[in-house]
Each structure stands twice: as structure tokens, then as C-alpha cells.
Design a protein around this ligand. Structure first.
Ligand code: ADP
Ligand code: MG
Length: 294
């Protein structure tokens, strides 16, 4: 089984379905609501596990109730959480998220406090086939990307703003979000920015752009699958988990992107953040079904 080490954020999201999204003070009633785990790295780890990989997560939590809730859900999903550090007296991160009828979302995140310094314990995790990091815990990300480099396995950066330059230097694969890329240069459309930014990067790179799919540094594009969208929350994180898993299984980048587009599109058809992450068999079946027209 291909093993992916995911490093970064683990939170819990309180998700409300609300149309239109709140724009002023007042009292609003949600159509639906869920409490679901989130955070880029943690959601990617859930995607790896559901899609048939061995998912290890390294992250930082507090020893509070929120931390216990986050951990319990990840363990129930089959994520190996032995490298999740819980700081005594620390406060775990959580978010309030509103999703409108078109599936767009508004996120308020509390980052937590008093979490562990350093990242030494990541070295205790067994050797991964691929490393995937987000930008929210730079010490952990650099340690894991350097480990990937030393092992000669892919080190993937989910490049959302703010992006530390040391992360761009350490990754073998950088998959930007449009917001992450715009934080480097917001004067051009993402595909043009990527072409410019990629010239200065040592890594392979691409940018995910929602329903427009994925643009490659060489000017290519892998279109997204057309689906009935219910909720895009977590789509990018599922995409990164699926992409990292296929690289860990030995697929090339093109094949990994197509698989990731399929997994993320299926997630978008379901309300409830990462609770809608698909499993391997349905993702393969979807790819087969869509192949004549996409
Ligand atoms: N509306 C959508 N329809 C189909 N696929 C989507 C849609 N939104 C996102 N995706 C898929 O998920 C990937 C990641 O979404 P994106 O919105 O770019 O991530 P992020 O939320 O991290 O910015 C896209 O490249 C695409 O494959
Ligand atoms: Mg993202």
C-alpha cells in the first residue's frame, strides 16, 4: 500500500448551509449544518485513506476538547495519527464556515494557541513514498520536504498563501491554489502567473483553478469534470491528497492530476466538507464513465 505522510493543519469545521452568505450583523437561520473535520493536511490524509493509501498525519493540536474531537474523527477514518502532537495547555484550531446554494464558501478560522514548537518528532514516522505538506506549519513542512528529498521520493507542497520561500525551495512538486499564486503576483490570470513563477522554481508546478481545472507550467491544462456542485469545501485538499497518493503509487503527474480532478469533482457533488470525500472504487468508476467525453 502506498504510504503518504501529510504534514500541516488539522481543525474542526462548523459548517452551515446558508444562502446568501452573511454580509452584515444579524441573526440568520441555516438550512443545514454539520460538524466536520478540516485543515488542508488532515483532509488530504482522509482522502489518501479513503482512496486506498496508507495515510500518516503529522500535525499540532492542543490537549483540549476540540483536539480530542479532531483526533477521534481522523482515527475513525483510518488515518495514522501517531505523529499528531498534543501540547499540554494548548488550544486547537477550529473554523466556522458558511456554504451558499452555489457551493461557494466563507471561512472564519481560529488558528489555535500554545501549540508545539519545532517538528523533531516527524523523524520518528516510517519512510513515506510521498510527502504532502500545507503552508500552515513551516517547521514541519520543511522537515518533511527535506526528508522526502533525502529519500528521493516526491515532496508535494499545497501552496496556499502565505507561502514561505523556504517551502518553495524544498518541494519537488508545487501545486498552487489561485489564491496562493496571486499572493506572489496578482497582475495576471493564474495560467500566465504560473508560467512566469515556474521559471524561478526548482520544482515541477501547477495551479488548481476550481471548475477551470488545472493549469500546468508548460502551458497545458487538464480540465475539471463537469458536475452538479453542492459544496466545494475541501475540494482542493481532497485534490492534493489524491494527487500525492497517485504519485506515491508511481503514476506520472498527468495521470495523478486526472485522478485528483475526478476525486475532487465527486467531493463537490456532496454537502458537508470532507465528509463527501469519495472512495477508490467510485472514483475509478467515475473516471471510466467520464473518459469518452473528457
Ligand atoms: N466547481 C467544480 N467543478 C468541478 N471540479 C471542481 C470544482 N471546484 C473544484 N474542483 C476540482 O477541485 C480542484 C481544486 O479546487 P480549487 O478550488 O482549485 O482548490 P482550492 O479550494 O484549494 O483553491 C480543481 O482543480 C478541480 O479539479
Ligand atoms: Mg486548497
Amino acid at each position: 500500500m502506498a504510504r503518504v505522510l501529510c504534514v500541516g493543519m488539522a481543525v474542526v469545521d462548523f459548517v452551515f448551509q446558508l444562502d446568501p452568505l452573511p454580509s452584515a450583523a444579524g441573526k440568520l437561520r441555516a438550512e443545514d449544518a454539520r460538524i466536520v473535520g478540516g485543515g488542508c493536511a488532515a483532509t488530504a490524509a482522509v482522502a489518501v485513506a479513503r482512496l486506498g493509501g496508507e495515510a500518516m498525519l503529522a500535525a499540532r493540536l492542543g490537549d483540549d476538547e476540540i483536539g480530542a474531537m479532531i483526533l477521534a474523527e481522523l482515527e475513525a477514518e483510518g488515518v495514522d495519527c501517531r505523529y499528531v502532537h498534543r501540547a499540554p495547555g494548548g488550544r486547537s484550531s477550529f473554523s466556522s464556515i458558511c456554504v451558499d446554494a452555489a457551493g461557494e464558501r466563507q471561512i472564519v478560522n481560529y488558528r489555535g494557541e500554545g501549540l508545539a514548537e519545532g517538528a523533531g518528532w516527524i523523524a520518528e514516522a516510517p519512510d513515506p513514498d510521498t510527502v504532502l505538506v500545507d503552508t500552515r506549519w513551516p517547521d514541519g513542512a520543511v522537515a518533511a520536504l527535506n526528508r522526502a528529498r533525502a529519500l528521493g521520493v516526491p515532496g508535494v507542497l499545497d501552496a496556499e498563501a502565505p507561502i514561505g520561500p523556504e517551502l518553495l525551495a524544498a518541494a519537488s512538486h508545487v501545486a498552487f491554489s489561485t489564491q496562493g499564486l496571486a499572493s506572489l503576483d496578482d497582475t495576471m490570470p493564474p495560467e500566465a502567473t504560473l508560467a512566469r513563477v515556474a521559471k524561478r522554481l526548482p520544482a515541477w508546478s501547477c495551479v488548481t483553478d476550481g471548475a477551470r481545472g488545472v493549469f500546468l507550467a508548460d502551458g497545458g491544462r487538464v480540465p475539471a469534470f463537469t458536475v452538479q456542485v453542492a459544496d466545494t469545501l475541501g475540494a482542493g485538499d481532497v485534490w492534493h491528497g489524491a494527487f500525492a497518493l497517485r504519485l506515491a503509487e508511481g503514476a506520472d503527474e498527468g495521470e495523478a492530476i486526472r485522478f485528483a480532478n475526478a476525486a475532487a469533482a465527486l467531493k463537490c457533488t456532496r454537502f458537508g466538507g470532507r465528509a463527501g470525500t469519495p472512495r477508490r472504487a467510485e472514483t475509478e468508476a467515475f473516471l471510466k464513465e467520464m473518459s469518452p467525453c473528457n
